[in-house]
Write a protein that binds this ligand. Structure first.
Ligand code: ADP
Length: 247
């Protein structure tokens, strides 16, 4: 591997808030087909890392290369257009629109909500909607109003609304929070499928779920990487045990 082979290469990334380094000289790499989970105690800097990648927070120094383009300095919109999708914890679906309409307005027509509803549906868009709906297990619910979906289904719909924009990197913040056991199971399968052909970066607290989905785990602590590798390696790392057990 040279660093240019990675989908995402973060080098020497730092962000300071009034002198406090929330992310401190971070080096982090993500491959295509990789599902990588970031864990760590509250305040470790996990959310800030995702904020930096999607341009919501500006880096103090360092570099974020995505498919060999520099992301630092780009607007949030430009970063989305470059192929980075981010799902926040609170869903941002249109509750009054159907599942199909939610996917349709998210299709990158470049016309916005009203525009895409006014324009006639074409086969290419509909085919894509059906393909995504199948992937997110909502094929039978295409005509259902999104507000009537279960909590888990709403989360999947939002993932679908990102997938329809064809991101090469998808970032998810606690994707199974509030989900039932069955929904978590289905989400694990969904995330595994989504990572094929893309990179997926997840923040997650539920260690059982992390063990279930992660190809690689990174433990953040005080803005720095404490350990990185497969789940077993990370779990048995004395530094990680110390931080989690507090002795
Ligand atoms: P995590 O997601 O791991 O819980 P965060 O990334 O949310 O941690 O926060 C890391 C640290 O950075 C925390 O101490 C938090 O208070 C601080 N922080 C995050 N964003 C800001 C901000 N915009 N201004 C000041 N401090 C911030």
């Amino acid at each position: 591997h040279t660093n240019t082979d990675f989908t995402l290469s973060i080098e020497d990334l730092t962000v300071s808030f009034d002198g406090f380094k929330a992310v401190d000289n971070l080096n982090f790499y993500l491959d295509k087909n990789e599902l990588h989970v970031i864990i760590g105690p509250n305040g470790a800097g996990k959310t800030t890392v995702l904020d930096l990648i999607c341009g919501k927070t500006k880096a103090t120094s360092g570099s974020i290369k995505f498919l060999n383009s520099e992301l630092t300095g780009l607007s949030e919109h430009a970063i989305v257009r470059a192929g980075v999708g981010r799902k926040f914890q609170t869903p941002s679906i249109y509750e009054n629109l159907t599942v199909l309409e939610n996917l349709e307005v998210s299709y990158p027509h470049g016309r916005g909500v009203l525009g895409s509803l006014l324009f006639k549906r074409n086969k290419k868009v509909l085919d894509k909607i059906h393909e995504i709906a199948k992937e997110i297990m909502l094929e039978q619910a295409l005509d259902t109003e999104a507000g009537l979906l279960s909590h888990g289904q709403k989360q999947w719909l939002e993932i679908g609304m990102l997938l329809i924009q064809d991101p090469q990197l998808l970032m998810l913040d606690e994707p199974v929070a509030g989900m039932s056991v069955k929904e978590r199971e289905q989400t694990a399968k969904l995330l595994n499928k989504i990572s094929q052909g893309r990179s997926v970066l997840v923040i997650e607290h539920d260690m059982e779920f992390v063990a279930r989905i992660a190809h690689k785990v990174t433990v953040l602590h005080q803005g720095k990487i404490l350990a990185t590798g497969d789940m077993e390696k990370v779990q048995n790392d004395p530094k990680v045990i110390e931080v989690y057990l507090g002795h």
